[in-house]
Unconditional design. Structure first.
Length: 341
């Protein structure tokens, strides 16, 4: 996020630049709206691109110049980008904004605080953005896909805690034959690989009374619906935080990037999920779903999920840690004389 100020106009301008995928655009849009809502003199702009400037490998930077984790946090990662930044006139960050909250990742945050610039943990952003109910900013969309709200009507006719929600997010793809259970399944046009038909006709016939296929949905509203009993997810950070904010336990099927790490925390540290290992078959997933919905372990995960929901709500109350960190961030941005980046 870049920052500039104008002494004559007495306005400050935050420029929010997400990595060009849906999973980054959505929280960055939330951040921009939240910042402006806290201080009307602080203007926010979100910039993004949906295509690469060039598909030519020659136009891309070498891998050693790709930004990555600080080597002080992971000794297996090359420190080259960090060490060369001062010599290439790259500005250093004045602060780091994190979409998390203190009690969720306290040990990680304490470690980072010792070696990194000032940090502002201001999450979960979805809970903070829900507080903008009377703001015209609510009308500003942040999805690349059109949301299908018909699934909310379908959920109205379901018993509390009876529906498994299946959504593999904005980047992951799967193969058919992986799932055959009562469901609300969100399917993007490019989600399923390998077959001309998205799902077999007999599958659709067998599940027409106990399942619904839908396009891209308002996920926060779906997860917050009383009918939801569990969430089968790729464990992206947005989905993980939204599930925690709604108190919904998870079946985690991580694919790449941060998903395995998120899954590890969900299942191990926080006790609100179970992991699906590797290229499993339908029977194994059905067994895990049965345990999640009706088993003793599933009941315990639901209890812990409700506890984490309360902690997330506490963090985003006016006196909560995330709200206070956000107030401090806005104060720094609004009073910065030389800029904040």
């Amino acid at each position: 996020m870049g920052f500039s100020s104008s002494a004559t106009a007495k306005k400050h301008h935050a420029v929010c630049i997400p990595f060009p995928t849906q999973g980054h655009i959505t929280p960055m849009m939330m951040l921009a709206k939240i910042l402006h809502s806290r201080d009307s003199t602080l203007h926010s702009s979100t910039l993004s691109t949906t295509t690469a400037a060039s598909s030519s490998p020659a136009a891309r930077p070498p891998s050693t110049a790709t930004p990555t984790f600080d080597s002080r946090l992971s000794p297996t990662v090359s420190p080259h980008p960090v060490s060369t930044a001062p010599r290439t006139s790259l500005p250093s960050a004045s602060g780091i904004i994190l979409n998390t909250f203190g009690s969720l990742e306290s040990s990680v945050l304490k470690t980072m605080e010792r070696i990194l610039p000032p940090m502002y943990s201001i999450g979960p952003l979805p809970l903070l953005s829900q507080q903008l109910t009377k703001s015209p900013l609510v009308a500003v969309a942040s999805n690349l896909w059109k949301e299908d709200t018909s699934c909310l009507e379908w959920l109205q006719g379901r018993k509390p805690g009876s529906v498994v929600y299946v959504n593999f997010g904005s980047t992951a793809t799967i193969t058919t034959g992986s799932y055959n259970k009562d469901f609300l399944w969100i399917i993007r046009p490019d989600l399923v690989k390998g077959d001309s038909a998205v799902l077999p006709e007999d599958f659709l016939r067998e599940t027409q009374d106990r399942g619904l296929l839908s396009g891209w949905c308002p996920q926060e509203k779906v997860l917050g619906h009383p009918a939801l009993g569990g969430f089968l997810t790729h464990s992206g950070w947005n989905s993980t935080l939204e599930s925690i904010s709604s108190g919904v336990p998870m079946l985690c099927w991580p694919f790449f990037a941060d998903q395995p790490t998120n899954c590890c925390f969900v299942c191990g540290e926080w006790g609100i999920g179970m992991e699906i290992d590797g290229d499993v078959r339908r029977e194994e997933i059905q067994s895990l779903v049965a345990e999640l919905m009706d088993g003793e372990k599933g009941n315990e995960m639901r209890r812990r999920a409700r506890e984490w929901k309360e902690r997330a709500l506490d963090a985003t109350k006016p006196s909560g840690t995330s709200s206070m960190n956000l107030d401090e961030l806005v104060r720094k941005l609004s009073t910065a004389a030389t800029g904040f980046a």
